[in-house]
Design a protein around this ligand. Structure first.
Ligand SMILES: *Cc1c(COP(=O)(O)O)cnc(C)c1O
Length: 399
């Protein structure tokens, strides 16, 4: 089969809810992937930061094989010998008290919304069905109905109403707006420490610290969605560490399995998760032994292979290299760790053509919001590979 044959099948039988680059990948290793014709590319998207540990990491793969030869799924009707260890290790790593395991990122967000609403009624004393959650404009938290109910992106919302009530939207990066929007019925503030899908939007310095203080002062749960920024991506284990704060609820997913399996989790350092009792929430696959064994190894790899420090170092090198590129159509280069973006001016006519050019030169990237390219290679990248990428980016973006 040719690449075009695979593409035709996808187009014919699949729902067209994505617009991928036309590259059909069949193999991956570390920062590299190969298409069905044997062409080699550097993956600069890392499945939206799900493969931070690199493609098909041998240690995680072995852990997965070992576990799948023994036991894959019991449901939570019974206990399994991986779940408790997963909880313990994840709590130790993230300094959390409790974990609720789910599968996708969106499910972790939904779980947090349910938990803080219940906490609002049972602990804070908010009148029944009046709980309010404050979120930010240009957020990305997933694709379910309740989550797109508080999206400000037209494409994410249009045609999907009626929407879930109970959310208030304020501008990102504006702590004053948070303070002004709080009412006695506010139960939580849900925010990304850096807005990834919006185009790597980094809030003003001190924002998270202020947000932390406002939430504490008003008895509001601070929920940080670290599904993209967490697990080493920004050069810290969690992006909250850049401002020395701790969220009440932290959401992780994506790289929690190193890309082998959908695993997400709600982490809590308060008693918010304590309000959930048997029968009130769950998931058939959430916390299954295969997921737990994979995630346990994936987080060990992050720490033991020093990937978090490497993300900080390589991120600096990558960013500095991008800043040296001369192209009058570039508006801004920004990033933290290996979560980096190049934003073009409107006159550039969109970033897609640069992504196509980068693909021709052996780099896979995806535009976000028309005029932004995100560079987020696996955290296993080394300095030679960063320089290799910079040479090609420079060539593709200077033309
Ligand atoms: C990807 C992402 C999600 C949703 O995760 P899925 O696994 O795609 O449901 C939520 N929040 C953020 C910040 C994300 O980047």
């Amino acid at each position: 089969m040719q690449q075009s044959d695979y593409i035709k099948l996808e187009e014919k039988y699949g729902a067209h809810n994505y617009k991928p680059l036309d590259v059909v990948i069949e193999r991956g290793e570390g920062v590299w992937v190969w298409d069905v014709d044997g062409n080699k590319y550097m993956d600069c998207l890392s499945a939206y930061s799900a493969v931070n540990q690199g493609h098909c990491h041998p240690r995680i793969r072995q852990a997965m094989i070992d576990q799948l030869q023994k036991l894959t799924l019991t449901s939570r009707a019974f206990r399994n010998d991986q779940l408790g260890l997963f909880y313990e290790e994840l709590c130790a790593l993230t300094n959390s008290h409790k974990v609720l395991p789910m599968n996708s990122g969106a499910e972790a967000v939904e779980t947090a919304i349910k938990a803080v609403r219940k906490w609002g009624y049972e602990v804070k004393g908010v009148p029944e069905d009046r709980a309010e959650i404050i979120v930010c404009g240009d957020n990305f938290h997933g694709r379910t109905i309740s989550i797109v109910s508080f999206s400000t992106d037209l494409g994410s919302r249009r045609g999907f109403g009626p929407f879930t009530p109970g959310f208030k939207i304020i501008p990102f990066g504006n702590a004053g707006a948070l303070e002004a929007t709080i009412t006695p019925n506010t139960v939580a503030f849900l925010v990304e420490p850096i807005q990834g899908e919006a185009g790597v939007i980094i809030p003003p310095e001190g924002y998270l610290k202020e947000v932390r203080e406002i939430c504490t002062a008003n008895n509001i749960t601070l929920i940080l969605d670290e599904i993209q920024t967490g697990l080493g991506r920004t050069g810290k284990l969690l992006a909250e560490e850049h401002e020395g704060i701790e969220a009440d609820i932290t959401l992780v997913g994506k790289a929690l399995s190193g890309g082998f399996y959908p695993v997400s989790a709600v982490l809590s350092n308060t008693e918010v998760l304590g309000v959930l009792r048997p029968g009130e929430h769950g998931s058939t696959f959430g916390g299954n032994p295969l997921a737990c064994a994979v995630a346990r190894e994936a987080i060990k790899v992050l720490v033991e292979e020093n990937l978090i420090v490497n993300a900080a170092d390589m991120g600096q090198r990558f960013l500095a290299g991008l800043e040296r590129i001369k192209n009058s159509k570039i508006k801004e280069v920004r990033g933290r760790g290996l979560l980096i973006a190049v934003e073009f001016k409107p006159s550039a006519g969109g970033a897609r053509k640069y992504c196509e050019q980068l693909k021709e030169n052996g780099l896979l990237c995806k535009e976000t919001h028309d005029n932004i390219i995100r560079f987020a290679p696996p955290l296993v990248i080394n300095s030679e590979q960063v320089d290799w990428a910079l040479d090609r980016i420079s060539e593709s973006l200077s033309s």
